[in-house]
Design a protein around this ligand. Structure first.
Ligand SMILES: [Mg+2]
Length: 200
């Protein structure tokens, strides 16, 4: 059953794309295997940088992300229940997709979002996501450092549990394993009253 998500005017929820909507890690590790013959599991990616987690150089990581941004991002599988979740959230909130993918990926990113029928109001490419803290009332992310930056500005974060963000802890970081759990968090009356200033 869908959680109750009450009307909230123009509250902006910021939503990351890679590893929140799109299973980017799956594609990146497949490309690393294809290009360099290194087989890996998600659990091995315990640092944000692949070159720190796997035996590749920063330059090789750059090649892999180049391939991803130029072509393979279109092939990324969608994360389970992401489409349905954004549809539910968009009925009551403004959805700003905030990605650190470079602007050159804009067309492919929009194509992927359309293919997967993702509901959103705005798509922003930013390599400095904290610049949007004043607008975003809640951020949904997998980058632990970005999460810490936001909570330090007083903005709560729903952080998808990933091997690369385990050490980032804060009372305003709400960890979830999946989109069902994320929606349950937002649907909680106390959460919305406290953090989204909604009368519940
Ligand atoms: Mg991400």
């Amino acid at each position: 059953m869908a959680p109750s998500l009450k009307k909230s005017g123009n509250v902006v929820i910021g939503v990351d794309i890679d590893n929140v909507l799109s299973n980017t890690d799956h594609v990146i590790r497949n490309l690393i295997e294809q290009e360099y013959g290194i087989v890996s599991r998600r659990e091995q990616i315990i640092y944000w940088d692949y070159f720190k987690s796997l035996p590749i150089t920063p330059e090789q990581e750059g090649v892999i992300f180049g391939l991803f941004h130029d072509h393979y991002c279109l092939q990324a599988p969608i994360i389970q229940f992401a489409q349905e979740s954004l549809k539910l959230l968009s009925a009551n909130y403004l959805i700003w997709l905030i990605t650190s993918r470079p602007a050159k990926t804009n067309s492919l990113t929009k194509e992927w979002l359309n293919q997967h029928n993702i509901a959103y109001n705005n798509l922003i490419h930013s390599n400095n996501k904290i610049e949007l803290f004043d607008t975003v009332k809640l951020l949904i992310e997998d980058n632990g450092k970005t999460a810490i930056d936001y909570v330090n500005k007083g903005v709560p974060v729903i952080l998808f549990n990933c091997p690369w963000n385990t050490e980032h802890q804060h009372p305003m970081i709400f960890r979830v394993d999946n989109w069902h759990h994320a929606l349950d968090t937002i649907a909680d009356d106390q959460f919305r009253l406290k953090y989204l200033h909604q009368i519940v």
